[in-house]
Design a protein. Structure first.
Length: 412
């Protein structure tokens, strides 16, 4: 057991307690949370790690939606329009994936840890990122993704998916868990979705899916029109969508741990269904801006848990959660910057924990929670304590310490 002490301890518990000169006793779990004076009297013989001036200790950030297999992209893919981007992905996919070898993915994972992320929900289409993820100390929910809407390919695609899922399950450990991703309603046949979700329900696996990410997807799913008509006709000889949005959502009934990513074009009845499913919405503000020139309307999802994801470098310039949080703070310009900063950091901790099925285990500095914590320093003391969340977002690039399951990770 160790003690770690900070000038400001942000618990992110239900009361959002902030303890000045606070301390945490921890091994792999949080054992006690209180003022440093109380902790030191109770545990006089334990080693104390005292953080630097103007230090903040808070829960590690949870990136609920990230793609690593396209980490080689910098200037290759086309932005500004989802359909143009999708075509560029198809054109350059093989080249980018071949460049994203284990060393490159490891480098990105190391950067995630340096920038305060302790847990990720990694969407994997091909399992090419599996080796790097298994070796990384970061906590990971590894989503094996299924994709395919051609009826005559369902058996082949299902067999490939099951093989990848079983391989991933072999690595289940205290910081690795296999889950399931359904790519999207426009790209997965309902028969295939149903079979995959039967596995999720049987084994109580965490599930995630992209949903209504673009205007192009919306037109195709609702009216069988738009640029997706050309795409599906040319590539798959399809002239009608195999799913309708609400019918797609109905397939997820009975999944206990569930999230949908983007949802920027979701209508009221579709959002009501997501709420009814007790699902989380993974908000990827930068990706939405890059690909769609749009954003999630936060005020429409007030009764739905939301989390923060960076998506991948295929549609973002950074995988840092603090970069993503700063962008979200700017994109949602109508929100009160002080109040919304706390909302965003809560989404990046507790919101992400629920999205990945870790509610009650991660996202808070609270007794019996996993000891996933980050330490950072503000440039000056805080004048008004309510401003602390805003200043954390505005001023943090890298953290000074990352602790995962009680282990202090070398981030030098």
């Amino acid at each position: 057991m160790k003690i770690i002490r900070a000038k400001y301890l942000l618990t992110f518990d239900n009361d959002f307690r902030i303890i000045k000169d606070g301390a945490v006793v921890f091994d792999d779990k949080i054992i006690e949370v209180a003022s440093y004076n109380f902790i030191k009297r109770k545990y006089p013989h334990l080693e104390t790690i005292s953080l630097e001036k103007n230090s903040v200790l808070m829960p590690g950030l949870i990136n609920s939606h990230i793609h690593l297999e396209f980490s080689a992209n910098k200037t290759t893919l086309k932005y500004g329009n989802f359909y143009s981007w999708l075509n560029s992905v198809i054109k350059f996919r093989e080249n980018l994936i071949n460049k994203a070898k284990t060393p490159l993915i490891k480098k990105e994972l190391d950067n995630l840890i340096k920038t305060g992320t302790t847990t990720i929900g990694a969407i994997s289409s091909y399992s090419f990122d599996l080796e790097a993820l298994v070796k990384s100390p970061i906590n990971k929910l590894f989503f094996c993704e299924v994709i395919g809407s051609k009826p005559d390919m369902i058996d082949t695609l299902f067999a490939d998916f099951k093989s990848r899922l079983e391989e991933a399950k072999k690595h289940n450990s205290n910081n690795f868990e296999a889950g399931i991703a359904i790519h999207s309603p426009y790209s997965v046949h309902p028969f295939l979705t149903r079979e995959v979700l039967n596995i999720a329900k049987r084994d109580n696996l965490v599930v995630s899916s992209h949903f209504l990410e673009s205007k192009e997807e919306k037109k195709w799913l609702r009216k069988d029109r738009g640029s997706f008509l050309e795409f599906f006709k040319n590539f798959l000889n399809q002239t009608k969508a195999t799913n309708k949005p609400l019918e797609f959502l109905e397939l997820f009934k009975g999944v206990q741990k569930l999230s949908f990513t983007h949802c920027v074009e979701a209508k009221k009845d579709e959002l009501e269904k997501i709420k009814e499913l007790n699902a989380t919405i993974n908000h990827c503000a930068v990706s939405n801006r890059f690909l769609n020139n749009t954003r999630l309307e936060i005020e429409k999802i007030e009764d739905i848990n939301f989390s923060i994801g960076t998506d991948g470098l295929s549609s973002n310039s950074s995988l840092s959660m603090f970069d993503e949080l700063r962008a979200a703070l700017n994109i949602h310009f109508e929100k009160d910057i002080i109040k919304f900063s706390r909302t965003l950091l809560n989404a990046a901790t507790n919101g992400g924990a629920k999205a990945l099925g870790y509610e009650g285990k991660k996202g808070k500095i609270e007794i019996d929670y996993d000891a996933d914590m980050i330490a950072l320093s503000l440039p000056n003391d805080i004048v008004e304590i309510e401003d602390i969340y805003m200043h954390i977002i505005l001023h943090t690039k890298n953290v000074s310490k990352t602790i995962i399951k009680g282990e202090i990770i070398d981030i030098s």
